[in-house]
Design a protein around this ligand. Structure first.
Ligand SMILES: Nc1ncnc2c1ncn2[C@@H]1O[C@H](COP(=O)(O)OP(=O)(O)O)[C@@H](O)[C@H]1O
Ligand SMILES: Nc1ccn([C@@H]2O[C@H](COP(=O)(O)OP(=O)(O)O)[C@@H](O)[C@H]2O)c(=O)n1
Length: 212
């Protein structure tokens, strides 16, 4: 079983995807980390995010990035990730790794922006997780502060809106709800409530598929 979880920044898709992976006993891939790894490589080695050529070259270094590096989660790296992820060359360079993860015999949960539309269009269940920009900015600020990183609501809200626009407006695999995805608005939900709704939606899809 493949579960695709897509949505904008800080909507809660990673939290939900991890919980679904635990609940259904599936491996999980946070695909945003791949784009963040490319961004961090460019940030550290002085690559120019306005150059597709340099961004594609930085994709070669993804495997060398420590997935626990706290800088991966910084706002500056997220913002560079959002810029370089618009390049079709970058998306092509990262495609196979994601498709191979999705194709494991165990099944998998992947979260990102284009899982239900491009990476795993045949996923058994697809969730499009969203929340208002203000709620998402509040969550991101709390997250940054808890990690000892600076986070100011107004700046983070501006960044979230800019990221939404870039992710939805790009030509290459834009952020979009797949036609067969269930919409899950987490604005008024606690983490536990959002997870419970997500599990129920996936179970409904499994029942529909098996006719149970
Ligand atoms: N329903 C929710 N209510 C409150 N906080 C949430 C909820 N879902 C996620 N969060 C918190 O918001 C932050 C961003 O969530 P995350 O799952 O990383 O989002 P995304 O993967 O969409 O960027 C995390 O600190 C997480 O604990
Ligand atoms: N499947 C994906 C995942 C992330 N991305 C890009 O990578 C950036 C960082 O992704 P992320 O999921 O780590 O970001 P957050 O939603 O956690 O802020 C996003 O702004 C997207 O532009 C993408 O284009 N496609």
């Amino acid at each position: 079983m493949i579960i695709a979880v897509d949505g904008p920044a800080a909507s809660g898709k990673g939290t939900i995807a991890r919980a679904l992976a635990g609940h259904f006993g599936l491996p999980h891939m946070d695909t945003g980390m791949l784009y963040r790894a490319v961004a961090l490589t460019m940030f550290r080695f002085g690559g120019d995010p306005s150059s597709e050529f340099e961004a594609v070259r930085a994709c070669e270094g993804v495997a060398q990035v420590d997935p626990t590096d706290p800088d991966l989660r910084s706002e500056i790296v997220g913002s560079i990730a959002s810029r370089i992820s618009a390049y079709s060359g970058v998306r092509a360079a990262l495609l196979e790794r994601q498709r191979a993860f999705a194709a494991q015999s165990s099944g998998a949960v992947l979260d990102g922006r284009d899982i239900g539309t491009v990476i795993a269009p045949n996923a058994s269940a697809k969730l499009f997780v969203t929340a208002t920009p203000e709620v998402r900015a509040r969550r991101r600020v709390a997250e940054l502060l808890s990690r000892g990183m600076p986070g100011h609501f107004d700046d983070v809200l501006i960044d979230i809106r800019a990221r939404d626009e870039r992710d939805s407006g790009r030509d290459a695999a834009p952020l979009a709800q797949a036609a067969d995805a269930d919409l899950l608005d987490t604005s008024g939900l606690t983490v536990d409530e959002a997870i419970a709704v997500a599990i129920a939606l996936v179970e409904d899809r499994i029942k529909m598929a098996t006719g149970a």
